[in-house]
Design a protein around this ligand. Structure first.
Ligand SMILES: *Cc1c(COP(=O)(O)O)cnc(C)c1O
Length: 432
């Protein structure tokens, strides 16, 4: 039986609870969208103001040297590295997830050497999932078009191993699915890709800071991820890139700008890629948003003595388990669970789709009615293959068990009062 007393007991025993004080969340809001835009860490506004006023305003151009601006992408990368099972010096924070995917996919195709258009007896396929985040598929499509390769999409995770073969150049997957919250077995699928002679490229957009990732232990080849979701770097925060040390110096990345040059201030006409992950930079990096991400990552350093990513994962699973059980207890028969129940297959979010007990097409309005009550989740549209989804992200850094129960109580009231029937909640915004 889930009730307030039960949740308060869990909160009293939660060692991570003090971390909530590191965030500046509005009063009365239960924020279940940290998987889309992480919340504001309390220390960030002052840090960004200092970069604006003192580093830019007062110290002007010297700050490239004196404030460490020039090295900041790599310093931030070093803070991300332990969260994803990478070593120091192996990660750089730069550009966007989409742009970084282009770089690493290009590099992976170069490293694989055998990648070539069909009919040449070599590897001509990039494999991914139809349910992958569309920008990943668009980037892969554009690159495959350019190279004369084929982007082959499988319909279900269990079809991936059988799709791999002597024609596969790269397996490109997102570790945790943005719509369903389903998580892949990174180690097993990387092994399967390697057994087929292909490389494995992983997108960690919904993993970094949410679930423990072991890139090196899994022998992954390349990875990228997002700075503004579970890493809380702020809207449009720089993303990150990792290349396994065995590959990092083996290929150029395609956006060979001066920040990836070995001697950018020699101003020589020929490109000489920097050694190491630095070559994955392109041009001048945004210091305000890099500084915000840098500062935001200190929350993870504060979580380290409390058990770090392992403790965050345990709490994330406790919160998502609790949410699922509370929905089943308080809203029986109203929703089907889209996210896997099995822990090993679940990221840090829970997705629901309305059953036939609710009016068709009401998912969007339910989400809007919840937002009006201060419970912020989001909606993802479905199509013929996929249902409409109510999506709830659970950030163990700042959510309590009591918050989870409150959110589900609001959900029950939205249903009981039929609030989703109100016309104002049907109004679609540009960003869902
Ligand atoms: C959020 C997300 C992105 C975002 O890409 P941007 O370039 O930052 O807009 C890309 N891929 C996946 C899988 C994501 O979840």
């Amino acid at each position: 039986m889930i009730d307030l007393a039960h949740c308060q007991r869990l909160d009293a025993a939660d060692r991570l609870a003090p971390l909530r004080a590191q965030f500046d969340l509005p009063e009365g809001v239960i924020y279940l969208d940290g998987n889309s835009l992480g919340a504001l860490p309390r220390a960030v506004p002052a840090r960004v103001a200092e970069v604006v006023r003192a580093e830019w305003g007062r110290d002007l151009i010297q700050s490239w040297n004196t404030a460490g601006w020039f090295e900041l992408p790599r310093r931030v990368g070093d803070k991300i590295a332990p969260l994803i099972g990478a070593g120091p010096g192996e990660v750089v924070a730069t550009d966007t997830t989409s742009v970084n995917l282009y770089k690493v996919l290009f590099a992976a195709l170069s490293v694989s050497k055998l990648a070539a258009p069909a009919g040449q007896g070599l590897r001509h396929e990039v494999i991914s999932e139809r349910s992958n985040f569309p920008t990943d598929l668009y980037i892969a499509e554009a690159l495959c078009r350019e190279r004369g390769l084929t982007l082959r999409l499988v319909d279900a995770p269990d079809q991936i191993p059988a799709a791999l073969g002597p024609q596969t150049a790269v397996l490109m997957l997102t570790h945790v699915n943005y719509r369903t919250g389903a998580m892949h077995d990174m180690a097993a699928l990387t092994r399967a890709a390697h057994a087929a002679g292909a490389l494995a490229v992983w997108d960690l957009a919904h993993s970094a800071g949410a679930v423990p990732v072991a890139l090196k232990d899994c022998e992954a080849d390349f990875a990228i991820g997002c700075g503004y979701k579970y890493l809380n770097g702020g809207p449009g925060a720089p993303a990150f890139v990792w290349a396994h040390p065995r590959h990092v110096d083996a290929a150029w990345q395609p956006l060979a700008g001066w920040w990836g040059h070995g001697r950018p201030f020699a101003f020589v006409p020929g490109y000489e890629p920097a050694t190491g992950i630095t070559r994955y930079q392109c041009g001048t990096q945004p210091m305000f948003s890099l500084s915000a991400l840098d500062c935001a990552l200190d929350v993870f350093a504060a979580a380290e003595p409390l058990g770090g990513m392992a403790a965050l994962r345990a709490k994330s699973l406790a919160l998502t388990d609790l949410f699922i059980a509370a929905v089943e207890q308080l809203c029986p028969g109203q929703f089907s669970l889209v996210t896997p129940r099995e822990h090993a297959l679940r990221g840090s979010q829970v997705c629901l789709t309305p059953t036939a007990a609710l009016p068709a097409g009401c998912a969007y309005a339910i989400v809007q009615a919840l937002i009006a009550r201060g419970v912020v989740g989001d909606f993802r549209a479905g199509d013929a293959q996929q249902p409409d989804i109510l999506r709830f992200g659970f950030t163990p850094l700042y959510l309590s068990h009591e918050n989870v129960l409150q959110a589900v109580q609001h959900l029950r009231e939205v249903l009981q009062n039929k609030e989703y029937m109100q016309a104002r909640f049907a109004q679609r915004h540009a960003v869902t």
